[in-house]
Design a protein around this ligand. Sequence first.
Ligand code: NZQ
Ligand code: ZN
Length: 386
Amino acid sequence: MLNFNFYNPTHIVFGKDRLSEIITLIPEKSKVLITYGGGSIKKFGTLDKVLNALKGFKVFEFGGIEANPQLNTCLKAVDIIKENNIDFILAVGGGSVIDATKYISIAAKYKGNDYTSLIKNGFSPAPVTDAVAFGTILTLPATGSEMNAFSVISHESGKHGFFSPLIYPKFSFLDPTLTFTLPKTQVANGIVDTYIHVLEQYLTYPIDARFQDRTAEGILQTLIEIGIKTIENPEDYNYRANFMWCATMALNGLIGAGVPQDWSTHMIGHEITAKFNIDHAKTLAIVLPSLLRERKGKKEGKLLQYANRVWNITEGSNEEIIEAAIVKTEVFFNSLGIATKISDYPIKKEELKDIIHQLESHGMTALSETGDLTLDITERILENAY
Ligand code: NZQ
Ligand code: ZN
């Protein structure tokens, strides 16, 4: 096992009908800015519940954060914070609202003028020393942003990731009932995003990290067990509760501690979203199978373990076992309504080159757990994914 630090200060409040407890977690007399997205929280009554729970606090609102949040949208919220001396932000939404809030929280304390300097190409630490405190109320299980210190912000032609220990949420409310209103396609996105977060921390090379491996396999098996059921039974509390906890635990540092990680699928997927505006999880599902076929030699040990322990495939040559596991993965995504080929989207084969150019301009030229996934290999992965 590799050396690691594990630090995660986010207080999770899990379960239904607990929003009234929020007043115990926000410092008294705070001026609170509620951040949210395109309006689902208004439509489905969540905002009213939150406002009710915040009686006694001075509350401001900032809505309109788009999926794949834009830097310029975030800056409008920064103005509100500065004008009104806001001291606490409450993000109510999915990964986009939470990621935007993370950026807003550091940008509001930033003393300079170059707001783009806070986000760089690749996933780098944000050069900041202070942030406005914030908490979250999660409405879409998927990204793990509610319990991690990452954020992805869109600006110009790219999606830019950054992290900082200053952007762990102080608390996150995980109420499965708030997810009952999700459209089926967003639930499917959340399951696939979670599944691939696990695989990118698991499908590398063996390093004898048994707890991390078994926990990763447990999350994968749970998602396979409940995936289609939670889509088809949106108000089944237990399916949603299990899905929600899997999504949070998949990307809060637990299963990634002490193991090699391969975020290539995410880095390539982000470029596809930036160029073609396809949902985050849907881009991952079209890249991952082809990437695994391309890298099956390097990932052989873990792919065999995955085939064996997650899909119970034991018969055949190593090559056949690995291919069968990749096919099972594709069939699983397809069963949730998520396509696994680039040609399932309105993207021309000639446009694949644009993805390669974007990766190059964002410095994504040596991806993977071994840093040797170069652009020519990525090009082959995309061509085979078509
Ligand atoms: O905007 P509203 O009207 O609220 O609608 C949203 C949005 O249209 C809707 N929605 C959310 N909760 C709902 C609901 N609709 C009905 N009922 C509810 N309870 O769902 C739509 C999608 O929301 P979004 O927040 O964009 O989805 P997701 O949570 O998948 O977040 C995607 C973003 O997270 C980033 C992605 O790159 C993308 O920008 N990621 C962040 C990560 C992190 N911080 O660690 C890691 C991930 O890998 C990912 O890159
Ligand atoms: Zn993701």
